[in-house]
Ligand binder design. Structure first.
Ligand code: ADE
Length: 547
């Protein structure tokens, strides 16, 4: 028994040593040849306030926090607090001055280099807290029990036997984590979100669980409150809208990230357009809005000294759908991909449930048009410009509803919007007007497909009308003359396009109630996915591109 104890103990010490060596080897800047800095630098800590957590309070967990903040005061250290509430778990990551008690607890472990979770009676039975000094040390929440504390040891051999697999797991997990941190960024092209959200269904939502009154908290979480603004360098202007200008920009990355910068888009509002900035931010602040066909939001910043308000999002270098269609012809496959992804984006926006089944607030875009759709590298669409969007929660006041009548771009306005006779009491009406506008965009995409026969120069829907037609001339065309964009008979020789045109016509019906829902359009288009209408002509089409 003694021999066994001795072996286990030696093994434990060795693996512990290995783990420490391993972690310090890969995380210490001294290995990278960093010079010793003679003065005290402010700590760099994870700082997300409260987020849902998927830790189970055994082993080591990585936090879910994507925001690294430079602490405001040089005395502040990194702190993490982990709590359970029934089935739910949260983690709080902050900077804190250890000379001041936090939640009634005097921090006694802040000289540690790692965040070793401990229970404190002041925090209640289901909470742990740790503090530490190394950069971003509150990213790793270490829950392993303090085995050297004799009061907790019943039989050390039993503890050691249970610890061995745990230590092995720690070593393996650390290895994969370090590998992931060091190498995976090379392969990741997606920008990292700075705002709480979830890309995967198995993560828990916090914002979705909030009611509307709590949306202001979500909003606050999505503004970069650090005294330091993000290291962003503006490049060229790529778009100009009613209220703001959009720039391509470089977001400087951490030295460990392998790439020097990430390209992002920065939408800059003058301070006078605070309301537009805030309403777009309010839409983006709902973590459940995240979807591959909706522009990915990163964070918002107030640049008060420059009298500017920023929204920082992913950048898509192909640009907007209108410019893409103006300069390119597309094949049936590409047409199908663009249309299906567009309908998926609108369906998600309108939906009151996420793909993972969590509740979300339905949103009406209210300014859908080809210039408010971006084309991603994989030739799928994502919706952007939510400046006029409306959250369709049931608490909308009659005043808010009354003010929400005629907005958008006249060319793409549904007949009932042109006539200001929308049923404002029914939130479905707002979705029906979006479906009408989406139908015009689907028609625009179809008009540039080589499978329709002769493809003309690119034209906007109702292209014969002048540049920015007014509401009155749109009313004449759309309501009095019942005009819609032309669908020549040659288009319907291709069975896929014939079916798509049928769907488009059902979406621009004069009667809003008769229109399809965006979800129904997704289903119709998905049904066309695997049908091979003309293998010969589609392979020919693939060659006729990019005129
Ligand atoms: N134009 C407007 N927003 C854009 C974005 N996020 N990426 C590229 N072009 C844009």
């Amino acid at each position: 028994m003694e021999v066994l104890r001795y072996c286990l103990w030696s093994w434990f010490s060795l693996s512990n040593l290995m783990t420490m060596l391993f972690l310090s080897l890969f995380s210490s800047p001294s290995v990278l040849g960093a010079t010793v800095i003679p003065f005290k630098l402010n700590a760099l800590c994870k700082f997300c306030d409260v987020l849902p957590s998927s830790c189970n309070s055994t082993g080591i967990c990585s936090s879910q926090c994507n925001i690294t903040s430079i602490c405001v005061h040089p005395d502040e250290v990194c702190v993490a607090i982990w709590r359970t509430y029934g089935q739910n778990m949260t983690e709080e990551t902050i900077c804190h001055d250890p000379s001041i008690p936090l939640y009634g607890v005097s921090l006694d472990d802040y000289n540690n280099s790692q965040c070793q979770m401990k229970q404190y009676k002041q925090l209640g039975p289901d909470a742990y807290m740790c503090s530490c000094k190394e950069d971003e040390c509150n990213d790793q929440l270490i829950f392993t029990p303090d085995i050297l504390n004799p009061t907790k040891i019943g039989d050390i051999s039993v503890i050691l036997v249970t610890l061995i697999p745990l230590l092995l797991t720690v070593v393996i997990v650390s290895f994969f984590y370090i590998y992931w941190v060091n190498y995976s960024s090379k392969f990741k092209s997606k920008p990292k979100s700075l705002c709480p959200g979830h890309d995967f269904c198995d993560r828990q939502a916090i914002i979705s669980d909030m009611d509307q009154s709590e949306n202001s908290t979500a909003l606050a979480n999505c503004i970069n409150h650090n005294t330091e603004l993000l290291p962003i360098q503006l490049d060229t202007i790529v778009g100009k809208g009613r209220f703001a200008e959009v720039y391509r920009a470089k977001l400087k990355q951490k030295p460990t990230d392998n790439v020097p910068f990430q390209t992002v888009a920065v939408k800059i509002f003058p301070l006078e357009e605070y309301t537009s900035w805030k309403s777009e931010l309010e839409i983006f602040s709902d973590a459940e809005l995240r979807h591959e066909n909706i522009l990915q939001f990163l964070t918002a910043e107030e640049h008060r000294s420059k009298h500017q308000l920023w929204l920082i999002t992913a950048f898509h270098h192909i640009g907007n759908l209108q410019e893409f269609l103006r300069n390119n012809l597309i094949t049936w496959k590409q047409l199908h991909r663009l249309c299906l992804s567009l309908a998926r984006g609108v369906a998600h926006l309108h939906s009151d449930i996420t793909l993972c089944g969590r509740p979300k607030v339905s949103v009406a875009h209210r300014d859908l048009k080809s210039s408010n759709v971006l084309v991603k590298d994989d030739l799928t669409c994502c919706l952007c410009d939510f400046g006029l969007s409306l959250r369709l929660n049931h608490t909308l006041s009659t005043e808010e509803l009354a003010n929400s009548g005629q907005v958008g771009t006249a060319r793409y306005m549904a007949p009932e919007v042109l006539e200001s006779r929308m049923n404002l009491e029914n939130i479905e009406s707002f979705k029906q007007t979006d479906v009408y506008s989406m139908a015009l965009v689907l028609w625009e995409i179809t008009s540039r497909c080589t499978a329709i026969g002769e493809v003309k120069e690119y034209e906007l829907p109702f292209g014969k009308l002048r540049d920015h037609p007014c509401v009155e001339s749109m009313k004449d065309s759309v309501i009095r003359d019942r005009e819609r964009p032309e669908i020549p008979s040659s288009w319907t020789e291709h069975l896929g396009i014939k079916s798509l045109c049928g769907t488009i016509q059902e979406c621009w019906d004069l009667d809003p109630e008769a229109r399809l829902t965006a979800n129904c359009v997704v289903e119709r288009l998905s049904d066309l996915q695997d049908l091979n209408f003309d293998s010969v002509s589609s392979s020919l089409e693939d060659k006729i591109q990019n005129i």
